[in-house]
Design a protein around this ligand. Structure first.
Ligand SMILES: [Zn+2]
Length: 364
């Protein structure tokens, strides 16, 4: 009996790992901490948002290392020790306030996106961006070189997460000794417009329903903006489209330099919007779901009454910046320092009758 029990326990452990363990691939986890009641009372909108995350997660194919060491200690010998205490920063989606996360420990494969609603002016439907990061440095001076302590810390820090894009690089110096930490994807933020009639007040449910099309399972009503489509677009910004170091390295003016997009499209020349965070307006591709022609999700604008799904070119962007198992190619008192990096981008509505004028202004 005893042995049988042990075997059962082992089996349960295996099942638990399958059922509750680390996801096999990196995935977006939506965080409703800052929801002020909208998503908790609008199950249809929440379902559309979750569907957008699910559709992106189905494409992602990479492994992001867990971050178990929030503070990384570098030992320079002779009693010289440096402590690099990492922190993350994101924008409260409801208020716009900057939120600092002091404990950066993160489960493997998790990218946490904080979501919410906010009153936006003009034709902006939503905004999304990756989070920022910072570092506080403390230490003890000894006879060993500071540069050795820095090298020791850089050799063991986990915030690069091994795969995926470099969101940004934290760099600085301690007593003239430079340090540099590339940061991988860990968190982001996105929000949607809840002042659709631009009267300066948060819309009633009736007004929101008159301007947003929340149900991702039905065709988009004429004149309405599709919530799912905006969610898909902003979520891609949240994981580094238009606001990460790897993305920026692949943009040169209006040219895209990534080989996957170039191979698929035939050229990268002139296919990036002037703002540098989107494809050029009107670029067409094919939907991954059914191969039908469709304007890319990462177009700067969305036409009312229409829905977008991921296209081959959007997926090629994901591949180029390292989200499809293509390992990125990283290079891998002054006793206290603080540095922050961050990014953000937005998405604008395009009215069908005002296509040309809106395109000129459509940008981050
Ligand atoms: Zn955008």
């Amino acid at each position: 009996m005893h042995r049988f029990y042990r075997a059962s326990a082992a089996l349960f452990a295996v099942l638990a790992a399958i059922l509750f363990g680390t996801p096999a691939s990196a995935e977006i986890v939506l965080d409703y901490t800052h929801d002020t009641g909208f998503f908790s009372s609008n199950a249809t909108a929440k379902a559309a948002l979750e569907a957008a995350a699910s559709d992106i997660n189905a494409v992602l194919n990479l492994n992001l290392d867990a971050i178990t060491d929030d503070t990384v200690t570098g030992n320079g010998g002779g009693g010289t020790v440096l402590n690099f205490d990492f922190r993350y920063q994101y924008t409260n989606p409801a208020t716009g306030a900057s939120v600092t996360v002091n404990d950066t420990t993160t489960p493997a494969n998790e990218i946490r996106i904080y979501v919410g609603m906010r009153n936006l002016t003009g034709s902006t439907l939503g905004q999304g961006g990756s989070g920022g990061s910072g570092i506080a440095i403390g230490g003890v001076s000894g006879s060993g070189p500071i540069s050795a302590a820095i090298a020791d810390a850089q050799a063991s820090y986990q915030h690069r997460r091994n795969e995926g894009p470099v969101i940004g690089t934290l760099s600085g110096n301690v007593s003239g000794n430079s340090f540099s930490f590339e940061m991988g994807p860990a968190l982001g933020n996105l929000w949607f417009d809840q002042d659709t009639n631009n009267d300066g007040a948060t819309d009633s449910a009736a007004v929101l329903n008159a301007n947003w099309h929340f149900d991702h399972t039905t065709s988009v009503a004429a004149g309405k903006d599709d919530f799912y489509s905006v969610a898909l677009h902003e979520m891609l910004h949240s994981i580094g489209f238009g606001g990460s170091e790897t993305w920026d390295d692949l943009v040169s003016g209006t040219d895209w330099l990534g080989s996957e997009v170039i191979d698929l499209n035939g050229t990268g020349t002139g296919i990036i919007d002037g703002g540098g965070a989107h494809f050029a307006a009107g670029l067409m591709s094919t939907r991954i779901t059914d191969g039908m022609a469709q304007e890319v999700v990462m177009d700067p604008t969305l036409t009312t009454g229409t829905r977008k799904y991921l296209t081959d070119l959007d997926v090629a962007l994901l591949r180029d910046i390292g989200y499809l198992n293509a390992s990125a190619v990283p290079e891998p008192s002054t006793w206290f320092a603080l540095a922050m990096i961050g990014g953000g981008a937005c998405y604008r509505r395009r009215r069908q009758r005002a296509k040309q004028s809106m395109e000129a202004a459509a940008d981050v």
